[in-house]
Design a protein around this ligand. Structure first.
Ligand code: NAD
Length: 386
């Protein structure tokens, strides 16, 4: 038994009773060596009317008895769970002052909600969050009042962004293509915030090349990171979401895959990438069907090219510089001309911004009545036909 198993059940119990996202922080413990954690700009949850806070205390023989025992216990802002003679302490707080979102037939649900309300106080993880689209998504979520795990293979990059954005972020080092690493991340999240509300599976790579020439190793690496990793992320973080759902049967959560326009139409000499992205949509649709039972919506966003991001604009290794050097754009003699050539392919005449992707993320979270979809954000470059 460990705090990783207990904390999601505790978090779920508070989600159910309060109707707003909370953070469950494990208290330091001499036996387990758990240290005091400083996370987030946390606020106390309000005490019961006319009452004072105390400590909830629940004693069970096995974790299976815990949901019923928690449901019978008074609501307190901290508690102690004793399972089979071993005790675990926790504290419950919120990030900011989140308000419940109106749902379903509530007339208030048809009024436009402020963007921030959609994610305020929620706990999110963004893979590949250290740079590019991932960093844009991290910034957008933090600006809207969420607590965000910046999960990346690039530990320094994630730590640097976390330091810049402040206490409502935590850097996590993870290789999304490695199951043990993803599992360890899920355990770390459970022990730190008790659970999650939003998973953005964004980490991805491009290894372009002709099918007649590409090394199989490059094809496999692309598949591992863009395709297989989405299975690993959904498996282990989905289990965490499902665990918290045991005590919060009405709490819905989101898994959003950052796909690509290349997941909707083929890409010349870029088959490894396009194939992995097409496959990603198959996983999104399939996982969406299964995870409805766990209250988890699973959707994809298919952005067009992020010309301002490092993949395209890096002054040394970016695609604009590479395409200029290789003469891929006939007649282009400067990086700006290469860029103009690509921008002209987009009906709305520009590349995709981080803010375009963020608006799709807010839409998918706020929209209760959609799952298994792939939402294009391409400036009209790819239009759906079926
Ligand atoms: N840049 C574009 O034009 C564009 C267009 C459409 C879709 N996308 C998609 O957006 C996502 C992000 O792309 P980007 O261009 O911002 O990429 P990027 O290369 O700028 O950043 C990717 C991040 O993912 C991290 N990463 C790579 N492999 C990882 C692994 N195994 N485990 C954990 N982290 C890992 C990197 O360290 C990096 O921080 C990708 O899924 C990509 O396919 C990008």
């Amino acid at each position: 038994m460990s705090i990783e198993q207990i904390a999601p059940l505790v978090r779920g119990e508070y989600l159910r009773r309060l109707g707003v996202p909370v953070v469950v922080t494990a208290l330091p413990d001499a036996d387990s060596g758990l240290e005091a954690q400083q996370i987030g700009e946390l606020a106390s949850i309000a005490p019961p009317e006319g009452g004072d806070w105390g400590t909830s205390w629940v004693e069970v023989e096995s974790v299976d008895e815990l949901p019923a025992a928690l449901a019978a216990a008074p609501l307190q802002n901290q508690g102690l769970v004793e399972v089979d003679g071993r005790s675990y302490g926790y504290k419950v707080s919120t990030v900011g002052a989140p308000e419940p979102l109106p749902h379903g037939k509530d007339p208030a649900a048809s009024a436009a909600a402020a963007r921030a309300r959609v994610v305020q106080g929620k706990v999110a993880v963004v893979t590949g969050g250290a740079q590019g689209f991932g960093a844009e998504i991290v910034r957008g979520l933090v600006a809207s009042g969420a607590f965000v795990y910046i999960a990346d293979l690039n530990a320094d990059g994630a730590a640097k962004l976390a330091a810049e954005l402040g206490p409502n972020t935590a850097a996590v080092t993870v290789n999304v293509a490695d199951e043990a690493s993803v599992e360890a991340m899920a355990a770390q999240i459970a022990a730190t915030t008790g659970g999650l509300d939003l998973v953005v599976s964004n980490a991805g790579i491009v290894r372009a090349g002709s099918v007649l020439e590409q090394e199989a190793a490059d094809f496999r690496l692309t598949t591992e990171i863009n395709y297989t990793a989405f299975f690993l992320i959904t498996k282990h973080l989905g289990r965490l979401l499902a665990a918290q759902r045991r005590t919060a049967p009405d709490w819905t959560t989101d898994i959003i895959q950052i796909n690509s326009k290349s997941g909707l139409v083929g890409s010349n000499k870029n088959g490894a990438y396009a194939g992995s992205k097409f496959g990603g949509i198959g996983l999104v649709q399939s996982f969406a069907l299964e995870l409805v039972e766990q209250g988890i919506k699973v959707n994809a966003i298919c952005p067009g090219n992020f010309y301002d991001g490092p993949l395209w604009s890096d002054p040394d290794r970016g695609l604009f510089v590479q395409y200029l050097a290789s003469g891929k754009v006939p007649g282009a003699t400067t990086v700006d001309e290469v860029r103009e050539f690509y921008e002209a392919k987009v009906p709305l005449r520009r590349g995709t911004y981080g803010s375009d992707v963020m608006r799709a993320i807010y839409y998918l979270i706020e929209q209760e009545y959609e799952t298994g979809q792939a939402v294009p954000v391409t400036g009209g470059q790819v239009m759906l036909s079926s």
